[in-house]
Design a binder for this molecule. Structure first.
Ligand code: CA
Length: 431
């Protein structure tokens, strides 16, 4: 078995230890899960047919205008020109930004991929090669090195895939056209701030098509506000300095409210007849969940020291899949990437890196996903039946989930708000 070299901070004990127990906390620590966050369908922007030359002319006009406005804001003219003048339209960034999947991927596909055997093995190697850095980072920020390693692994495969796009060009493209104009401008101003600070040079600004940079994929505003020079060489080099990149990620999580020693999630068992509508994002203490019959999945009792911790219940694959309590730290991970699947993937990989068990309840992998166009039909159907989804956009948001749950209660089913082909067909056949 792989033995971590760095001994991380102990987790708060969630389950009461039998008097004779000698097993480590690691054995009883939980696993993850969360509500599926579907990709938001991108509104179709009506294509304006222009020639390449016309488009280039318009882009040049945008560059001149932005340059003028940035100088008027007080940025040095030389600096603004050094950033903006070399930018080129990035057609790939626009294309990627418009791509809309037909189906939402099931959460287990994402989570299994996040904690795949390859990523886990690579993660152990990456962790073991950087133990001194992780030890110093944990001493300063009290953030779990396993979580940091998992973020590093999911963001860039431990620094192997950091992106090859000129970030100012991608941002200028967004600012110039498409649905992300405000984002593009805001990020470009952040780029100017970063360069003015002297922490980075223009030619270092290479990243993903969406402008995320370095080992831990910081967008410019996050870079400007949270990146740190952890190795103390006077630069914030998130590309080549692992200490800077991982230290910056830890600093960010710390500032977002990371709680030392608290887990991110705990897998639980729900009692017979449990009201799944309680998995609605509202916070309850472990003590309150305990009173509702929610127990640790391993069959033990909650530790008295855990009773006051606030958590949310998620059943990301419905009543037939895992049930999970998520802690404050789970929400902190979502500040890195606002997706339950992401936070679950990070948590699972981190647990595996720590040598602790992950989710015990199998995912309902035979469930078939429902296409966005069918979800829209279902929303219309529910609304016609008197369960108002407040619109039909193909996304299972809070209103649609409530409508599904109300329909499920009316039809004597567990109100988990979860939709797969079977439930979809029942709703569509409903009168
Ligand atoms: Ca540095």
């Amino acid at each position: 078995m792989w033995t971590p070299i760095v001994k991380p901070l102990a987790l708060i004990s969630l389950v009461a230890m039998p008097a004779c127990a000698s097993s480590s906390m690691a054995k009883s620590a939980p696993a993850i899960a969360a509500a599926i966050t579907p990709p938001v369908p991108v509104p179709r922007v009506k294509p304006v047919v222009v020639s390449v030359a016309e488009k280039q002319k318009a882009f040049n006009a945008w560059k001149a205008d932005f340059t003028q406005r940035a100088i008027a804001k007080g940025y040095p003219a030389d600096l603004v020109r050094s950033v903006i003048t070399p930018t080129k339209i990035n057609e790939l960034a626009l294309e990627r930004d418009k791509t809309q999947p037909e189906f939402t991927s099931p959460i287990w596909k994402y989570v299994d991929n996040a904690a795949s055997p390859t990523r886990l093995a690579d993660g152990k190697a990456a962790y073991n090669s950087n133990t001194a850095i992780f030890r110093e980072i944990e001493a300063r920020y009290q953030v779990s090195p396993y979580i940091l390693t998992a973020i590093w692994g999911l963001e860039t495969s431990y620094g192997r895939i950091m992106g090859t796009h000129d970030v100012p060009s991608a941002l200028a493209t967004f600012a110039f056209e498409g649905r992300r104009m405000a984002f593009g401008e805001e990020q470009l101003f952040a780029v100017l701030d970063i360069l003015r600070s002297g922490a980075v040079t223009r030619d270092q600004l290479v990243g993903s098509w969406a402008s995320a940079m370095g080992n831990t994929q910081f967008i410019p505003t996050t870079f400007r506000d949270y990146a740190v020079d952890f190795d103390g060489d006077g630069r914030k080099d998130l590309w080549k300095s692992k200490a800077d990149a991982l230290g910056s990620a830890a600093h960010y999580l710390s500032r977002m409210g990371w709680r030392a020693g608290e887990p991110t999630f705990a897998e639980v068992t729900l009692p017979q007849g449990f009201n799944h509508a309680l998995a609605d994002g509202s916070k309850r203490s472990i003590s309150e969940w305990n009173a509702l019959g929610v127990k640790p999945h391993n069959g033990q009792n909650w530790a008295s020291g855990a009773m006051g911790l606030e958590t949310k219940l998620i059943v990301p694959a419905g009543a037939n899949g895992p049930a999970i309590l998520t802690f404050k730290n789970f929400d902190v991970i979502k500040r890195y990437n606002n997706s339950t699947s992401y936070a679950l993937g990070i948590s699972m990989l981190a647990e595996a890196l720590a040598g602790r068990p992950t989710l015990q309840t199998p995912w309902p992998k035979d469930d078939k996903q429902v296409a966005f166009k069918d979800l829209k039909r279902m929303q219309k159907k529910l609304t016609a039946l008197g369960y108002d989804t407040k619109g039909a956009d193909g996304i299972i948001g809070p209103n649609t989930r409530k409508a599904i749950q109300a329909w499920q209660v009316k039809n004597g089913l567990p109100a988990d708000g979860y939709i797969e082909q079977g439930m979809f067909k029942r709703i569509m056949a409903s009168r």
